[in-house]
Design a protein around this ligand. Structure first.
Ligand code: SAH
Length: 261
C-alpha cells in the first residue's frame, strides 16, 4: 500500500520544507514525492533538511501542473488548514489513512495522492475541488496551520500506523531495544521466597524490623516487590545488595576497607 501513495507538494516556497517532507516520508516508509512547480528546487536547503532522505529527493518528480501530478490517481485527498466556503467530504488524518487502506484493498494497483499546499496560502479552491476528500488535521482553531513538512509527517504517520496494524506488524520496539531485557526470565516463586527470607533477616539485623513487633512490614514489602514482577537477574541484584548490607552491618566491609589502607 505504501508504495501506491504519492505525496504531492504544490508550489512550495521553501526548499527546506521539501527536504523536511522527504525526511518525514522516508521515516514512515513513503517513497513517491511529486513537486508541482516548486519555487526553488533543487536546492542545498532541501538536501540538508532531508537529512539522509536524499533518495526520496533524487527520485522526486518535478511537474508544472497539479493535473500532471495527479495523473493515474484513483483517489485524491487534499489537505487544508482551515474551513473553506464550499462544504466537502472532510476527514481527519486517521480516517484519511483508512480511506487509503480501503482503496488499496479494493484494488492493489490503485494510485493514491495526498496533496499539500503552499506555505502562505495553502491550496486554491480550484485545486481543492480536484480532491475527492479534504483532510484537516484537528489542530487548535486559534492556531491551526502546521508547518508544511510537519503536516506531511502527521499524514505519513497515520498511514504507516494503519498499514502496520493491517499487516499485523508490531508498533512497539522489540523488548530487547526498549528495555535491554530480552530473555530475562521472570523470577521463580522459590527464588522470591528465598529473597524475602534474606530481606527479613537483613532488616532484623539492621534493626529496621523488630521480630517482636513486625507490623505487617514483610507483607507490605511483598506487595511492593510483587507489583514490580521481578526478573531472575533482578532478584540476584537485590540479593547482592542484601549480602553487602549484612556485611556492612556486621562491620565486615569496614574491616575489609581497613585492611586495604
Ligand atoms: N495559510 C495557509 C496555511 C498553509 S500551511 C492556509 O490557510 O491554508 C501549508 C500546508 O500545510 C497546507 O496547505 C496543508 O497542506 C498543510 N497543513 C497545515 N496545517 C494543516 C492542518 N491543520 N490540516 C491539514 N493540512 C494542514
Amino acid at each position: 500500500m505504501l508504495e501506491k501513495i504519492r505525496v504531492v507538494l504544490v508550489n512550495t516556497s521553501h526548499p527546506g520544507n521539501i527536504g523536511g517532507a522527504a525526511r518525514a516520508m522516508k521515516n514512515m516508509g513513503l517513497k513517491s514525492l511529486v513537486l508541482v512547480d516548486p519555487e526553488k528546487y533543487p536546492h542545498p536547503d532541501a538536501n540538508s533538511r532531508a537529512a539522509g532522505a536524499d533518495d526520496v529527493l533524487d527520485n522526486a518528480r518535478v511537474v508544472s501542473t497539479l493535473e500532471e501530478a495527479l495523473g493515474g490517481c484513483s483517489v485524491v485527498l487534499g489537505t487544508s488548514a482551515r474551513d473553506r466556503r464550499i462544504p466537502w467530504p472532510l476527514v481527519d488524518p486517521r480516517e484519511a489513512a483508512d480511506l487509503c487502506l480501503q482503496t488499496w484493498q479494493a484494488d492493489h494497483d490503485a494510485e493514491i495522492a495526498l496533496v499539500f499546499g503552499r506555505e502562505y496560502a495553502g491550496l486554491t479552491n480550484a485545486e481543492l475541488q480536484r480532491c475527492q476528500y479534504h483532510i484537516h488535521i484537528p489542530s487548535d482553531p486559534e492556531f491551526s496551520s502546521l508547518n508544511l513538512a510537519t503536516a506531511v509527517q502527521v499524514l505519513a504517520y497515520e498511514v504507516r500506523m494503519t498499514w502496520l496494524k493491517e499487516t499485523q506488524q508490531p508498533t512497539h520496539m522489540p523488548e530487547v531495544e526498549a528495555t535491554g531485557m530480552l530473555g530475562a526470565a521472570p523470577a521463580t516463586h522459590d527464588s522470591l521466597e528465598l529473597f524475602y527470607e534474606h530481606l527479613q533477616e537483613t532488616l532484623v539485623e539492621i534493626d529496621f524490623l523488630d521480630p517482636e513487633k513486625p507490623r505487617h512490614l514483610m507483607a507490605r514489602l511483598r506487595r511492593i516487590y510483587g507489583r514490580s514482577q521481578l526478573k531472575k537477574s533482578e532478584v540476584n541484584i537485590l540479593r547482592g545488595i542484601l549480602t553487602e548490607t549484612q556485611k556492612a552491618a556486621r562491620g565486615e566491609v569496614i574491616q575489609r576497607r581497613g585492611e586495604h589502607v
